[in-house]
Ligand binder design. Structure first.
Ligand code: MN
Length: 482
């Protein structure tokens, strides 16, 4: 509207302007694509296709066009490495009733990929070159008598190919919700991945505490040490995002990622915030802990305690099934708001199962999320309140939690009630807590959580021969009391 008023209009073009001024632009990555076995995916492609087809019939859609790479990877039980940290591959999929076509760079189409799709879906699929999507789509929609369903985030180049506008349906794809509600195999995989990840983190934090005053450890070298510990874990693939390893004032920069130009030493003088995660074949992890290897200030401890109280308030909340995450966000902020503090980010995001570390469609944020279908059992989200004091320090406590049935004594309107179950099992650094600010219920929650860390992560560390990490785990999980 404003453009038109100023005498301008937007005209679609098919030439990529960037390429005109960047003639030696490297080609689109085309790394190997690997099948994800059923022991990790939990559901064959054929079953997923049936579920998608049912939703398509419901909406009178002839075709469902998948353009989001994590949706395609999930649907086909395939994983790749075309984008750093996200195990996806460049592709499109056209889902029809009882069949589908995968558009993929021919160098990525191996006998293994074809064999995997045949065994999980039968011979009902075609594979076409990635570059032929536009031509194929044009051909398909020539004489169509139903909708073509695209996600709202699909690109204009594709959606504009649908000739009669009333045949174009843009709506959240059914894959999004199916992917968000994990199946039993994915659920146990997510738990297992987080147990292994907790073992790696205990090794790292124990090593840091022991060596912080003995050798020079920096934000960058610390992050590489953590990666070494993750690499020791079964089915580890790589980091799920660049590690936020941040000392003092760097911790206050919410998306800080250290490099050679910003790198500083980790010392006993300031808070150390470490937000990191791993991709494992059985799940994706994302966890933040804030530590201090010296003596924290009273203000740092007060802020940490307020963040902790909000984290626990959200973790233990009981709420009706299907309410949007937006309703829960204030729980995590209550104790910061009480003294006029806050944090400038959302409280929780969805997370993939050996997929992207951030995934929708639900989330827990002060900002309403349009596409949030409401929370239901089997969803995994982060619970990550924080507090950031510009130029001084940053605090964040982040766990991944699973939405589970709560079964309270009543059941208003038979709606069903939900709560969160622990997935991340890493000690929550009691040294930074002001115990007097905690209620008995919060203390009980923490002691129970820490007992779980001991019972579940302890034996794995034992088995891996990580004596010092196990000692650190037990030291950090000692029950607290007033
Ligand atoms: Mn996160």
């Amino acid at each position: 509207m404003q453009l038109e008023a100023a005498g301008h209009k937007l005209v679609p073009i098919s030439t990529n302007l960037i390429e005109l001024i960047w003639p030696d632009r490297p080609g689109r990555p085309a790394n190997p694509v690997d099948p994800l076995p059923l022991k990790f995916s939990g559901k064959p492609v054929k079953d997923k296709l049936e579920a998608l087809n049912a939703q398509m019939k419901d909406k009178n859609a002839k075709y469902l066009i998948l353009t989001a790479l994590d949706e395609i990877a999930w649907f086909l039980n395939l994983r790749g490495s075309d984008i750093d940290y996200n195990p996806v591959f460049f592709s499109y999929v056209i889902v029809s009733l009882n069949s589908f076509t995968l558009f993929l760079n021919p160098v990525q189409v191996t006998a293994e990929v074809k064999q995997h799709l045949s065994s999980e879906a039968g011979d009902i699929f075609k594979i076409e070159p990635y570059s032929s999507i536009e031509d194929k789509l044009k051909e398909l929609v020539k004489n169509i008598d139903g909708y073509v369903w695209f996600s709202e985030s699909a690109n204009y180049a594709l959606t504009s190919l649908i000739p009669r506008k009333n045949l174009l349906m843009t709506d959240i794809t059914p894959v999004q919700l199916m992917k968000a509600v994990k199946n039993p195999v994915e659920i146990s995989g997510m738990h297992n991945a987080h147990i292994k990840d907790a073992a790696a983190l205990c090794c790292y934090f124990a090593w840091l505490e022991k060596n912080v005053e003995k050798i020079k450890i920096t934000e960058v070298s610390g992050a590489s040490k953590l990666l070494e510990f993750r690499k020791m874990q079964v089915d580890f693939v790589g980091d799920s995002f660049p590690t936020i390893s941040s000392v003092g004032p760097h911790g206050a920069i919410i998306h800080y990622c250290p490099d050679e130009t910003t790198d500083v030493q980790i010392t006993t003088d300031s808070l150390y915030l470490c937000d990191s995660g791993g991709q494992y074949k059985d799940g994706t992890t994302d966890v933040t802990r804030t530590l201090h290897f010296g003596t924290p200030t009273d203000f740092e401890k007060e802020c940490y305690t307020r963040v902790f109280k909000g984290h626990v308030k959200l973790a233990t909340a009981i709420f009706p099934s299907k309410i949007k995450g937006n309703y829960l966000d204030s729980f995590a902020r209550e104790y910061l708001w009480q003294v006029g503090l806050d944090y400038a980010h959302g409280t929780g995001h969805g997370i993939g199962s050996y997929l992207n570390v951030h995934e929708g469609p639900m989330g827990i944020s002060w900002r309403p999320i349009q596409e949030d279908p409401g929370l239901e059992a089997g969803m995994f989200l982060s619970n990550e309140p924080g507090y950031y004091q510009d130029g001084q320090f940053g605090i964040r406590i982040e766990d991944i939690v699973e939405v589970v049935d709560a079964s309270p004594p009543h059941n208003f309107n038979s709606r069903g009630f939900l709560t969160f179950g622990a997935v991340t099992l890493v000690p929550k650094i009691t040294k930074l807590l002001v115990i007097d600010m905690l209620t008995d219920a919060e203390i009980e929650y923490l002691n129970k959580y820490h007992q779980e860390c001991r019972d579940i992560v302890g034996p794995l560390l034992e088995q891996q021969g990580q004596k010092e990490a196990k000692e650190w785990l037990f030291k950090e999980t000692k029950p607290i009391s007033k």
